[in-house]
Write a protein that binds this ligand. Sequence first.
Ligand code: ADP
Length: 794
Amino acid sequence: MNRQNKTASEDKRKKNNMIIPLVFVFVFMTVMVVYVSSLMYKVAVSNSYAVMEDRIMTVSSMIDNHLNTAENVLHVAGDSVHHMLVSGTTSARIHEFLVNETTNVSEQFDENYTGLYGYIMGKYIDGLNWVPPEDYDPKSRDWFIVAKKAAGEVAFSPLYVDAQTGNMIISACRMLPDKQSVIALDVQLRGIQSMMKELKVNGKGYGFVIDSDGLIIANEDETKIGTNISETEGGKELLATIREVDSGSFSYKIGKEKSTIHVNSVGSDWYVVMVVSDRELYSEVWSQRIVIIIICVLIFSMISAVYYAGYNNEKKYTTRMEEMKLEEQKSEYDRKVLELEKDAANASNKAKSDFLANMSHEIRTPLNGILGMDEMIIRESRESRIKQYALEIKSAGNTLLSIINDILDMSKIESGNFEIVPIDYEVSSVLNDVLNMTRPRAGKKGLEYVFQVSPDIPSTLNGDEIRIRQVILNIINNAIKYTQEGSVSVVIAAREIESGNFVDLVISVSDTGMGIREEDKDKLFKSFQRLDEKKNRNIEGTGLGLHITHSLLDMMGGRIDIESEYGKGSTFTITVPQQVINKEPIGDFSKAVKNYLDNIGTDEVALYAPEAEVLVVDDNAMNLEVIEGLLADTRMKLELVQSGEECIERASKKKYDCILLDQMMPGMSGEETLIKMKEMDILKGTPVIALTADAIIGAKESYIQKGFTDYISKPVKYALLEQALKDYLPKGKQIVRDKEEGMPVILIWGEDSDKLKAEKEKLTTVYKCVCAVGDKARDKYLEKHEVQAVMHVV
Ligand code: ADP
């Protein structure tokens, strides 16, 4: 609600922001238009007034000129006639003079002045030789009357029709000094008439010349010449105004139209008048004003449009911002929800992982005990039936162990906590392990087993060694498991990948087993999916192996392909890219195979280290017993303790050659114990090997990270334990049986020959034992023979 109000008032503010400047612009432009157009009007008016005045003055002076010329001609001719009269010249001479002058004047002034004539010496004389009619009385003519009135000054007669030409003319006339004679000159009005077209402003308006009685002397419209304006509508008033103004301008309504009239008096009683209607005069100003208004409206519209677009954009922008804010808030909310969900999922995953780790430990610890003890029964029992039972227990125990491992792997994969840990590894070592772990099984089932390794595989690769081994083992074990007769062939090769320093490791496993139906192929990689349940009822399996294999390959960027014919056999092919570390090819692998075959079946003690001192720490007494039993034949000096505290105490007093330290112990854990020992700096380079039941993924790396030298997974397998001790015990303290060099020789000496015999019996399978009773016999033997170890039995 509050938000909405805020948005509405914000909107209003923005609208105002747009409207207020627009109103200002509008007012400013209107004022500007009014001001500019009134200015233009004024300029136009004064311009046209000036033009009209100019025109009218020009025409007036031209008319003045026209009349003055007539006046001058008349003065000159009059004076000449007067002289002739005074000097007694005859009327015939005067006639001749007038004829000559008439010709001169009309030639000189372009026929504007057409003929001198007069009443001289009591008779009418005409320079044009016009013969008047009988009844013609010069004294009654206007020119005679006007001249007489003017008494010697030049005067002009009113307008009249020329008896000879029929043109409208006036006459300039003058009474001679004898006060009887009058001389006159006809003045044509054509010249004045032609001036009328000058009385225009830019082609607008018209002009005319009238005398003081309103008689039109000249007009653009020639037909009006000789008419009187006072006879037209409103003409009297106009004439009165013209006479009143005399020279100047005034506004006047002619008909319905308002006009501006300029008037100027010329001569004694003429007026030059010029009329322009205001509509005509200001039409241009109006059109200019309209253009300005249009331009202003356009500019205003453009400004408004720009403002409006700006306002709209701003509005859109604000709306978008609002939306974005909302989106942001929403995504923030989603993110938080996701985070919470993730936290919850993580917590539940962690709980699951913890549960699995615990379960793993809880199951493995007793299993460790069972298998360890079982191992001892297998070794020590002389009774074959018991040994057989123990072997059965071993096999079932191992199966149980692998199932636990599979379940652990799968839950890790599904919770997304599975990590691929690449390290540099020797290919031959992995393949050797694979061969060692698969050949006996195939052999036991009477299957032909082919293991073919291409010699050009690079010897060192980088990848997750453990997982590579796991997926290869899985498909080979399956092939052996699901094949009752015939063969299993494994072909291993490396294919170069063009880009970079990588190869595709390709492992192809073919069997002549039961095969897989086409329609079942899709089910293969689903968890807990087993095919052909009826047939497979007696074959152990959980249906997890291929699911795990597929997931692991996915994570390593590899893939698995299957070709199979139901009832005939299958080929599983794994392709997985691995980085090449050492290009050197592994060479002939058959040699390794041969070595392996030579060793086959010997699961005997191969390490003898009576001088080695090893501390074993485990809270579980049975586990301690198992390790003690497993290592008994090595004759190591074992010290067994059941807690971290005891371990620290012992280690601080003595330097051991190796410490085997259990992880999960009540009180101080293995890790805490190690940290404490490192803090106390009592280890001095003693290797510490973790014993752990939670053999979950990445365990080895994480133990090494924590500072352990290595780790051994429980249940402890003797071979692994022995290998670890071989690796970490000082070389000088171990005697290793070597096939090539034959059995190591051990000299057993003491005083009690029975004890010596019993000891020899225990060791003869592994070592060549020589007994010496008493120290003299011992020294004598040693003088002549080389032995690998001397053992004192008390
Ligand atoms: P299991 O633990 O049952 O072996 P896997 O996931 O490894 O589980 O295999 C799933 C199923 O695929 C098996 O139950 C079996 O039916 C079938 N299968 C696997 N490998 C082969 C093979 N080489 N020949 C025939 N069937 C096979």
